[in-house]
Design a protein around this ligand. Structure first.
Ligand SMILES: Cc1cc2nc3c(=O)[nH]c(=O)nc-3n(C[C@H](O)[C@H](O)[C@H](O)COP(=O)(O)OP(=O)(O)OC[C@H]3O[C@@H](n4cnc5c(N)ncnc54)[C@H](O)[C@@H]3O)c2cc1C
Length: 392
């Protein structure tokens, strides 16, 4: 069992209070929301059941440009210009148009927190009545409430949708000590009928795992097998459910961000940059409420519409997610061989990055910052989707 720094028992003093904005969840989505509220003068309270950065929730891989756009490059561990894809019949090396990096979760959370100004409490969120959120330490009241609690969508209306009925994938990984040069994925039915395996080197450790888009398929055995196959011991497990369908980003006056709104990309289960991206968008709408520029209802409508405007891209990726397992392995190898061509890779990965592009962070509320412009991966080039340079 990992050691937790979170206070327990008698150390947990009662917590009954109100605030201007209550952000539930202090991982990627919640901290991105809080960052946008810095300097607003509002009383922002962030709660999580664990201390910030205490419990890593993923393999921590992200397009490098996102780390630079948010001033989080200090958390960077390793950078990759290629994606190595193993199938039973071919190993393809895709030369990416932008790089991907692994990062240290605790450092990233700490850097992101420093950019916000909020108070923080460890508390387990249990439910909600109107604008009163109940926790295991008491009740918190706020006119603006954000659910960034992950796939459970704790503050939603009615019963939570649970797996396997919910559109959720399952992911599990191990973190053995070791190193590597390649960012690798396995599309191989011998590991998982619908999904993929991965190995992400991150400095002194490897993050090796298997994700299944079918929630009924158990991933422990194939995760252990994949670790053995790459000569790594299957130690230090971490796993979770991963939503793969967009849900309403607002409901009953609550803002949902990240996995609680199904913001994880269905085809790849990449949910960190989208949690940051939608967190920034949500935070900006809340900030406009706090400054009196708009009402809470307007913010709810605008944020909901912004999230829903990505529906086509999410639906398209869900279709491809369901298609790939039906492609016979030899046809997949043939397709992959053709897809290795540089113009195709540039086109496909350009569109893919565009779905949640770091320029949203970079531009800020009052014009561009220079962080991203200084990063060679992205700079300020034209969007291949819209032809525009600017906010999506
Ligand atoms: C094995 C695995 C590997 C992954 N690898 C990657 C990857 O490399 N790259 C990528 O982009 N995505 C990856 N993902 C997906 C990614 O982890 C999620 O999409 C992302 O973490 C979503 O961020 P979030 O802030 O919405 O939610 P989370 O990161 O899940 O954070 C939710 C927060 O809420 C807190 N919380 C939950 N319930 C309560 C409660 N009741 N009370 C108080 N606090 C609570 C949690 O402690 C946590 O801090 C991976 C997922 C898994 C399972």
């Amino acid at each position: 069992m990992p050691l937790r720094a979170t206070k327990r028992g008698d150390q947990r003093t009662p917590l009954d209070r109100d605030c201007d904005v209550l952000v539930c969840g202090a991982s990627f989505a919640g901290l991105a929301v809080a960052r946008e509220l810095a300097g607003s003068g509002a009383e922002v309270l962030v709660v999580d059941r664990y201390e910030i950065g205490e419990r890593q929730t993923s393999a921590c891989g992200i397009p490098t440009s996102w780390l630079f756009a948010l001033g989080l490059a200090g958390s960077l561990q390793q950078t990759f210009g290629e994606l190595v894809v193993h199938t039973p019949h071919i190993t393809a090396r895709l030369n990416l148009p932008w790089t991907f990096s692994t990062f240290d979760y605790r450092t990233l959370c700490s850097l992101l927190s420093e950019q916000g100004s909020f108070s923080f409490e460890t508390a387990k969120v249990e439910g909600r009545r109107g604008n009163i959120v109940s926790t295991d330490r008491g009740e918190i009241t706020a006119p603006l409430i954000v659910d960034a609690l992950g796939w459970r969508r704790v503050l939603g209306v009615g019963e939570n949708v649970q797996p396997p009925e919910a559109l959720l994938s399952r992911g599990l990984e191990v973190h053995p000590s070791g190193g590597g040069e390649d960012l690798e994925v396995w599309i191989d039915r011998s590991y998982v009928p619908a999904g993929y395996g991965w190995s992400f080197p991150a400095g002194e450790e490897l993050r090796i795992g298997v994700g299944s888009f079918d929630p009924r398929f158990h991933v422990r055995e194939p995760t252990v097998r994949l670790a053995h196959d790459v000569d790594a011991p299957p130690v230090r497990f971490q796993g979770n459910w991963i939503p793969h369908a967009l849900r309403d980003a607002t409901e009953d006056g609550i803002f949902f961000v990240g996995d609680s709104a199904g913001h994880c990309l269905p085809l790849t289960a990449e949910g960190i940059r989208t949690a940051l991206y939608f967190g920034i968008a949500c935070g900006r709408e809340l900030r406009a409420v706090l400054s009196g520029e708009q009402s809470r209802e307007q913010a709810l409508a605008r944020y909901s519409q912004f999230s829903a405007s990505h529906g086509r891209a999410f639906a398209w990726m869900l279709r491809v997610q369901r298609l790939i397992p039906r492609v016979p392995p030899r046809a997949l190898a043939f397709a992959l061989r053709a897809m290795q061509r540089k113009p195709f890779v540039d086109w496909a990965f350009g569109h893919y990055l565009e779905i949640a592009h770091p320029r949203l962070a970079d531009e800020g509320r009052h014009g561009r910052s220079r962080r991203l412009a200084a990063h060679p991966d992205v700079a300020h080039r034209e969007s291949p989707v819209t032809g525009a340079v600017g906010n999506p």
